[in-house]
Design a protein around this ligand. Structure first.
Ligand code: NDP
Length: 321
Protein backbone atom coordinates (compact mmCIF):
# COMPACT_ATOMS: atom_id res chain seq x y z
CA UNK A 1 0.00 0.00 0.00
CA UNK A 2 1.39 3.39 -0.94
CA UNK A 3 1.46 6.31 1.47
CA UNK A 4 -0.74 8.51 -0.74
CA UNK A 5 -3.63 10.01 1.21
CA UNK A 6 -6.02 12.64 -0.07
CA UNK A 7 -8.69 14.53 1.92
CA UNK A 8 -11.87 15.61 0.15
CA UNK A 9 -15.43 16.68 0.90
CA UNK A 10 -17.45 14.25 -1.20
CA UNK A 11 -16.44 10.94 -2.68
CA UNK A 12 -18.77 9.19 -5.12
CA UNK A 13 -18.35 5.49 -5.78
CA UNK A 14 -19.83 4.20 -9.03
CA UNK A 15 -20.59 5.77 -12.38
CA UNK A 16 -24.13 4.79 -13.37
CA UNK A 17 -27.07 7.22 -13.55
CA UNK A 18 -27.16 7.45 -9.73
CA UNK A 19 -23.48 8.31 -9.40
CA UNK A 20 -23.45 10.86 -12.20
CA UNK A 21 -26.62 12.58 -11.00
CA UNK A 22 -25.16 12.75 -7.49
CA UNK A 23 -22.02 14.23 -9.07
CA UNK A 24 -23.94 16.90 -11.01
CA UNK A 25 -25.75 18.04 -7.86
CA UNK A 26 -22.73 17.78 -5.57
CA UNK A 27 -20.52 19.70 -7.99
CA UNK A 28 -23.10 22.45 -8.38
CA UNK A 29 -23.26 22.69 -4.58
CA UNK A 30 -19.48 23.22 -4.57
CA UNK A 31 -18.73 19.97 -2.77
CA UNK A 32 -15.91 19.33 -5.29
CA UNK A 33 -16.82 15.69 -5.74
CA UNK A 34 -14.39 13.08 -6.89
CA UNK A 35 -15.90 10.01 -8.52
CA UNK A 36 -14.30 6.61 -8.89
CA UNK A 37 -15.96 4.81 -11.77
CA UNK A 38 -15.61 1.21 -10.64
CA UNK A 39 -14.92 -1.77 -12.87
CA UNK A 40 -17.64 -0.98 -15.40
CA UNK A 41 -17.47 2.77 -16.15
CA UNK A 42 -21.00 3.94 -16.98
CA UNK A 43 -22.59 1.02 -15.16
CA UNK A 44 -25.26 -1.38 -16.37
CA UNK A 45 -26.60 1.03 -19.03
CA UNK A 46 -23.43 0.61 -21.05
CA UNK A 47 -24.52 -2.97 -21.71
CA UNK A 48 -27.90 -1.80 -23.04
CA UNK A 49 -28.41 -0.80 -26.64
CA UNK A 50 -31.33 1.61 -26.88
CA UNK A 51 -32.73 3.51 -23.89
CA UNK A 52 -36.25 4.56 -24.82
CA UNK A 53 -37.76 5.23 -21.42
CA UNK A 54 -35.54 7.97 -19.98
CA UNK A 55 -37.52 11.22 -20.11
CA UNK A 56 -36.14 13.87 -22.39
CA UNK A 57 -34.99 11.67 -25.25
CA UNK A 58 -37.94 11.54 -27.66
CA UNK A 59 -35.93 9.51 -30.18
CA UNK A 60 -34.32 7.28 -27.55
CA UNK A 61 -30.59 7.14 -26.92
CA UNK A 62 -28.12 4.32 -26.76
CA UNK A 63 -26.90 3.48 -23.26
CA UNK A 64 -23.16 4.18 -23.75
CA UNK A 65 -23.86 7.60 -25.35
CA UNK A 66 -26.16 8.53 -22.51
CA UNK A 67 -23.48 7.68 -19.97
CA UNK A 68 -20.85 9.74 -21.84
CA UNK A 69 -23.23 12.69 -21.82
CA UNK A 70 -23.93 12.27 -18.11
CA UNK A 71 -20.19 12.22 -17.48
CA UNK A 72 -19.71 15.40 -19.55
CA UNK A 73 -22.51 17.09 -17.62
CA UNK A 74 -20.95 16.10 -14.28
CA UNK A 75 -17.50 17.29 -15.42
CA UNK A 76 -18.89 20.58 -16.68
CA UNK A 77 -19.58 21.55 -13.06
CA UNK A 78 -16.20 20.38 -11.83
CA UNK A 79 -16.60 16.72 -10.90
CA UNK A 80 -13.31 14.88 -11.17
CA UNK A 81 -13.97 11.48 -12.70
CA UNK A 82 -11.27 8.90 -12.11
CA UNK A 83 -10.97 5.32 -13.25
CA UNK A 84 -10.55 3.18 -10.16
CA UNK A 85 -12.21 0.72 -7.87
CA UNK A 86 -12.83 1.03 -4.14
CA UNK A 87 -11.26 -2.07 -2.64
CA UNK A 88 -11.89 -1.49 1.07
CA UNK A 89 -13.57 1.02 3.33
CA UNK A 90 -13.28 2.19 6.90
CA UNK A 91 -16.28 4.35 7.67
CA UNK A 92 -16.42 6.49 10.80
CA UNK A 93 -19.24 6.06 13.32
CA UNK A 94 -18.97 9.69 14.43
CA UNK A 95 -20.99 12.60 13.14
CA UNK A 96 -18.41 14.71 11.33
CA UNK A 97 -15.95 11.80 11.27
CA UNK A 98 -13.67 11.10 8.33
CA UNK A 99 -14.36 8.09 6.11
CA UNK A 100 -11.43 6.24 4.60
CA UNK A 101 -11.77 4.51 1.27
CA UNK A 102 -8.93 2.58 -0.32
CA UNK A 103 -8.78 2.71 -4.10
CA UNK A 104 -7.23 -0.15 -6.11
CA UNK A 105 -5.51 -1.39 -2.95
CA UNK A 106 -3.07 1.46 -3.45
CA UNK A 107 -4.35 4.84 -2.38
CA UNK A 108 -6.48 6.09 0.50
CA UNK A 109 -9.06 8.80 0.01
CA UNK A 110 -10.35 10.48 3.17
CA UNK A 111 -13.79 11.97 2.69
CA UNK A 112 -16.25 13.85 4.85
CA UNK A 113 -19.11 12.35 2.89
CA UNK A 114 -19.35 9.28 0.71
CA UNK A 115 -22.09 8.56 -1.81
CA UNK A 116 -22.30 4.89 -2.70
CA UNK A 117 -23.73 4.22 -6.16
CA UNK A 118 -22.03 0.94 -6.91
CA UNK A 119 -25.15 -0.60 -8.41
CA UNK A 120 -26.13 -4.20 -8.81
CA UNK A 121 -25.25 -6.88 -11.28
CA UNK A 122 -27.90 -8.99 -12.99
CA UNK A 123 -27.39 -12.69 -12.53
CA UNK A 124 -27.23 -14.82 -15.67
CA UNK A 125 -27.54 -18.57 -16.02
CA UNK A 126 -23.93 -18.77 -17.14
CA UNK A 127 -24.38 -21.15 -20.05
CA UNK A 128 -22.15 -20.36 -23.09
CA UNK A 129 -24.96 -19.83 -25.62
CA UNK A 130 -26.62 -17.29 -23.31
CA UNK A 131 -23.38 -15.36 -22.85
CA UNK A 132 -22.65 -15.42 -26.59
CA UNK A 133 -26.07 -13.96 -27.46
CA UNK A 134 -26.12 -11.17 -24.88
CA UNK A 135 -27.06 -8.09 -26.90
CA UNK A 136 -28.35 -10.38 -29.64
CA UNK A 137 -31.71 -11.15 -28.07
CA UNK A 138 -30.64 -12.15 -24.55
CA UNK A 139 -31.49 -9.49 -21.98
CA UNK A 140 -31.76 -9.21 -18.22
CA UNK A 141 -34.20 -6.29 -18.36
CA UNK A 142 -37.65 -6.70 -19.89
CA UNK A 143 -38.63 -3.11 -19.17
CA UNK A 144 -35.54 -1.90 -21.06
CA UNK A 145 -35.63 -4.25 -24.03
CA UNK A 146 -39.12 -5.80 -24.22
CA UNK A 147 -40.35 -3.22 -26.69
CA UNK A 148 -37.97 -4.55 -29.36
CA UNK A 149 -39.93 -7.81 -29.36
CA UNK A 150 -43.35 -6.30 -29.90
CA UNK A 151 -45.72 -8.87 -31.41
CA UNK A 152 -43.09 -11.62 -31.21
CA UNK A 153 -42.66 -14.79 -29.14
CA UNK A 154 -40.27 -14.58 -26.19
CA UNK A 155 -39.28 -16.61 -23.14
CA UNK A 156 -38.33 -15.63 -19.61
CA UNK A 157 -36.58 -17.68 -16.96
CA UNK A 158 -37.15 -17.21 -13.20
CA UNK A 159 -39.91 -17.73 -10.68
CA UNK A 160 -39.56 -14.72 -8.37
CA UNK A 161 -41.38 -11.39 -8.26
CA UNK A 162 -39.10 -9.90 -10.90
CA UNK A 163 -39.75 -12.71 -13.37
CA UNK A 164 -43.49 -12.58 -12.70
CA UNK A 165 -43.58 -8.80 -13.08
CA UNK A 166 -41.46 -8.86 -16.24
CA UNK A 167 -43.50 -11.73 -17.73
CA UNK A 168 -46.67 -9.65 -17.22
CA UNK A 169 -44.96 -6.65 -18.77
CA UNK A 170 -43.86 -8.71 -21.78
CA UNK A 171 -47.32 -10.25 -22.13
CA UNK A 172 -48.68 -6.78 -22.85
CA UNK A 173 -46.24 -6.28 -25.70
CA UNK A 174 -45.43 -9.69 -27.11
CA UNK A 175 -47.55 -12.33 -28.78
CA UNK A 176 -46.59 -15.15 -26.45
CA UNK A 177 -44.40 -15.43 -23.35
CA UNK A 178 -43.06 -18.80 -22.21
CA UNK A 179 -42.07 -18.62 -18.55
CA UNK A 180 -39.65 -21.23 -17.25
CA UNK A 181 -39.68 -22.02 -13.53
CA UNK A 182 -37.15 -24.55 -12.31
CA UNK A 183 -39.24 -25.80 -9.37
CA UNK A 184 -42.82 -27.09 -9.32
CA UNK A 185 -43.92 -23.76 -7.84
CA UNK A 186 -43.07 -20.09 -8.09
CA UNK A 187 -41.35 -18.07 -5.41
CA UNK A 188 -43.21 -14.91 -6.40
CA UNK A 189 -45.90 -13.44 -4.15
CA UNK A 190 -49.41 -14.87 -4.50
CA UNK A 191 -50.61 -11.63 -6.05
CA UNK A 192 -47.93 -11.77 -8.74
CA UNK A 193 -48.61 -15.44 -9.40
CA UNK A 194 -52.26 -14.63 -9.82
CA UNK A 195 -51.40 -11.91 -12.32
CA UNK A 196 -49.23 -14.28 -14.35
CA UNK A 197 -51.86 -17.02 -14.30
CA UNK A 198 -54.56 -14.64 -15.42
CA UNK A 199 -52.76 -13.67 -18.62
CA UNK A 200 -53.69 -15.94 -21.47
CA UNK A 201 -50.57 -15.42 -23.53
CA UNK A 202 -48.20 -16.55 -20.77
CA UNK A 203 -47.41 -20.24 -20.86
CA UNK A 204 -45.98 -21.40 -17.54
CA UNK A 205 -43.64 -24.36 -17.63
CA UNK A 206 -42.64 -25.73 -14.24
CA UNK A 207 -39.66 -28.03 -13.55
CA UNK A 208 -38.18 -26.50 -16.66
CA UNK A 209 -34.66 -25.26 -17.26
CA UNK A 210 -32.78 -23.84 -20.21
CA UNK A 211 -30.56 -26.36 -21.90
CA UNK A 212 -29.39 -24.02 -24.63
CA UNK A 213 -30.25 -20.70 -26.27
CA UNK A 214 -30.42 -21.39 -30.00
CA UNK A 215 -29.18 -19.09 -32.77
CA UNK A 216 -25.86 -18.00 -34.25
CA UNK A 217 -25.95 -14.18 -34.31
CA UNK A 218 -29.37 -13.60 -32.74
CA UNK A 219 -31.74 -15.63 -30.62
CA UNK A 220 -33.87 -17.98 -32.69
CA UNK A 221 -35.07 -20.47 -30.12
CA UNK A 222 -34.62 -22.24 -26.82
CA UNK A 223 -33.97 -25.84 -25.95
CA UNK A 224 -35.75 -26.62 -22.70
CA UNK A 225 -35.14 -29.56 -20.42
CA UNK A 226 -37.63 -30.96 -17.94
CA UNK A 227 -35.53 -31.53 -14.82
CA UNK A 228 -37.84 -34.31 -13.60
CA UNK A 229 -37.99 -36.44 -16.73
CA UNK A 230 -34.89 -35.26 -18.61
CA UNK A 231 -37.09 -34.72 -21.65
CA UNK A 232 -35.96 -31.95 -24.00
CA UNK A 233 -37.89 -29.89 -26.52
CA UNK A 234 -37.34 -26.72 -28.54
CA UNK A 235 -39.41 -23.59 -28.95
CA UNK A 236 -38.96 -20.75 -31.45
CA UNK A 237 -38.42 -17.34 -29.86
CA UNK A 238 -36.67 -14.10 -30.76
CA UNK A 239 -36.09 -12.71 -27.27
CA UNK A 240 -34.84 -14.45 -24.14
CA UNK A 241 -35.11 -12.70 -20.79
CA UNK A 242 -33.24 -13.71 -17.68
CA UNK A 243 -34.90 -12.70 -14.40
CA UNK A 244 -33.19 -14.82 -11.77
CA UNK A 245 -32.18 -12.00 -9.46
CA UNK A 246 -29.54 -9.33 -9.04
CA UNK A 247 -26.53 -9.14 -6.81
CA UNK A 248 -25.92 -5.72 -5.26
CA UNK A 249 -22.28 -4.67 -5.42
CA UNK A 250 -21.81 -4.35 -1.69
CA UNK A 251 -19.14 -6.92 -0.78
CA UNK A 252 -16.70 -4.26 0.46
CA UNK A 253 -19.33 -2.78 2.79
CA UNK A 254 -20.00 -5.98 4.72
CA UNK A 255 -19.51 -5.27 8.43
CA UNK A 256 -19.46 -1.51 7.76
CA UNK A 257 -23.03 -0.71 6.76
CA UNK A 258 -26.46 -2.18 7.47
CA UNK A 259 -27.74 -4.41 4.69
CA UNK A 260 -30.77 -6.57 4.21
CA UNK A 261 -30.44 -10.34 4.00
CA UNK A 262 -29.76 -10.17 0.25
CA UNK A 263 -26.98 -7.59 0.59
CA UNK A 264 -28.83 -4.42 -0.44
CA UNK A 265 -27.81 -1.35 1.57
CA UNK A 266 -30.51 -0.15 3.93
CA UNK A 267 -31.36 3.53 3.74
CA UNK A 268 -33.38 5.29 6.39
CA UNK A 269 -36.88 6.60 5.83
CA UNK A 270 -37.26 8.53 2.64
CA UNK A 271 -33.61 9.59 2.71
CA UNK A 272 -30.43 8.07 1.29
CA UNK A 273 -28.80 7.91 4.74
CA UNK A 274 -27.09 4.64 5.56
CA UNK A 275 -26.25 3.38 9.05
CA UNK A 276 -23.12 5.60 9.18
CA UNK A 277 -23.36 9.40 9.40
CA UNK A 278 -22.10 11.07 6.24
CA UNK A 279 -22.41 7.90 4.13
CA UNK A 280 -25.27 7.86 1.63
CA UNK A 281 -26.51 5.26 -0.85
CA UNK A 282 -28.31 5.79 -4.14
CA UNK A 283 -29.37 3.73 -7.13
CA UNK A 284 -29.66 -0.02 -7.47
CA UNK A 285 -27.29 -0.71 -4.58
CA UNK A 286 -30.18 0.21 -2.28
CA UNK A 287 -33.18 -0.53 -4.53
CA UNK A 288 -34.25 -3.99 -5.50
CA UNK A 289 -37.73 -2.96 -6.47
CA UNK A 290 -37.66 -0.30 -9.19
CA UNK A 291 -34.14 -0.53 -10.64
CA UNK A 292 -34.68 1.98 -13.43
CA UNK A 293 -32.16 4.52 -14.72
CA UNK A 294 -34.56 7.33 -13.92
CA UNK A 295 -35.23 6.16 -10.35
CA UNK A 296 -31.49 5.67 -9.83
CA UNK A 297 -30.90 9.22 -11.07
CA UNK A 298 -33.59 10.47 -8.68
CA UNK A 299 -31.94 8.88 -5.66
CA UNK A 300 -28.54 10.15 -6.84
CA UNK A 301 -29.95 13.67 -6.63
CA UNK A 302 -31.30 12.90 -3.17
CA UNK A 303 -27.92 11.59 -1.99
CA UNK A 304 -26.13 14.76 -3.06
CA UNK A 305 -28.75 16.92 -1.31
CA UNK A 306 -28.48 14.74 1.81
CA UNK A 307 -24.68 15.07 1.72
CA UNK A 308 -24.89 18.84 1.32
CA UNK A 309 -27.30 19.14 4.25
CA UNK A 310 -25.17 16.86 6.39
CA UNK A 311 -22.06 18.95 5.70
CA UNK A 312 -23.98 22.11 6.53
CA UNK A 313 -25.02 20.73 9.93
CA UNK A 314 -21.68 19.40 11.15
CA UNK A 315 -19.21 21.70 12.82
CA UNK A 316 -16.75 23.46 10.53
CA UNK A 317 -14.39 20.66 9.52
CA UNK A 318 -10.65 20.98 9.48
CA UNK A 319 -9.40 22.56 6.33
CA UNK A 320 -10.20 20.68 3.22
CA UNK A 321 -7.72 20.71 0.37
P1 NDP B 1 -35.55 -13.79 -6.29
O1 NDP B 1 -34.23 -14.19 -5.71
O2 NDP B 1 -36.70 -13.57 -5.39
O3 NDP B 1 -36.01 -14.93 -7.32
C1 NDP B 1 -35.13 -15.48 -8.24
C2 NDP B 1 -35.87 -16.54 -9.03
O4 NDP B 1 -34.98 -17.03 -10.03
C3 NDP B 1 -36.32 -17.73 -8.19
O5 NDP B 1 -37.53 -18.23 -8.66
C4 NDP B 1 -35.19 -18.74 -8.44
O6 NDP B 1 -35.62 -20.07 -8.37
C5 NDP B 1 -34.85 -18.44 -9.88
N1 NDP B 1 -33.49 -18.82 -10.20
C6 NDP B 1 -32.35 -18.48 -9.56
N2 NDP B 1 -31.28 -19.00 -10.19
C7 NDP B 1 -31.79 -19.72 -11.23
C8 NDP B 1 -31.19 -20.50 -12.24
N3 NDP B 1 -29.87 -20.66 -12.32
N4 NDP B 1 -32.01 -21.10 -13.15
C9 NDP B 1 -33.34 -20.95 -13.10
N5 NDP B 1 -33.98 -20.21 -12.16
C10 NDP B 1 -33.19 -19.60 -11.25
O7 NDP B 1 -35.21 -12.53 -7.22
P2 NDP B 1 -36.17 -11.39 -7.76
O8 NDP B 1 -35.30 -10.53 -8.61
O9 NDP B 1 -37.37 -11.95 -8.37
O10 NDP B 1 -36.60 -10.57 -6.47
C11 NDP B 1 -35.63 -10.02 -5.59
C12 NDP B 1 -36.34 -9.35 -4.44
O11 NDP B 1 -37.01 -8.17 -4.90
C13 NDP B 1 -37.42 -10.22 -3.79
O12 NDP B 1 -37.41 -9.97 -2.41
C14 NDP B 1 -38.68 -9.72 -4.42
O13 NDP B 1 -39.82 -9.96 -3.61
C15 NDP B 1 -38.38 -8.23 -4.59
N6 NDP B 1 -39.16 -7.65 -5.68
C16 NDP B 1 -40.33 -7.04 -5.40
C17 NDP B 1 -41.10 -6.48 -6.39
C18 NDP B 1 -42.35 -5.81 -6.03
O14 NDP B 1 -42.69 -5.81 -4.87
N7 NDP B 1 -43.06 -5.24 -6.97
C19 NDP B 1 -40.71 -6.55 -7.81
C20 NDP B 1 -39.47 -7.24 -8.02
C21 NDP B 1 -38.75 -7.77 -6.99
P3 NDP B 1 -35.89 -20.82 -6.95
O15 NDP B 1 -37.19 -20.29 -6.44
O16 NDP B 1 -35.94 -22.23 -7.40
O17 NDP B 1 -34.71 -20.50 -6.10
Amino acid sequence: MSEKIERIKTLILGSGPAGYTAAIYAARADLKPIMYTGMEPGGQLTTTTEVDNFPGYPEGIDGPTMMVQLQQQAERFGTEVRIGMATSVDFSDEIGGIHKVTIDDAKVVEAETVIISTGATAKYLGIPSEQRLRGGGVSACAVCDGFFYKGQDVAIVGGGDTAAEEASYLANICRKVTMLVRKDHMRASKAMQHRVNSLENIELRYNSEVDEVLGEQVVEGLRIVNNQTGEKDEIAITGFFVAIGHKPNTDIFVGQLEMDDTGYLITHGKSTKTSKPGVFASGDVQDKEYRQAVTAAGTGCMAALDAERYLATIEAPEEVS
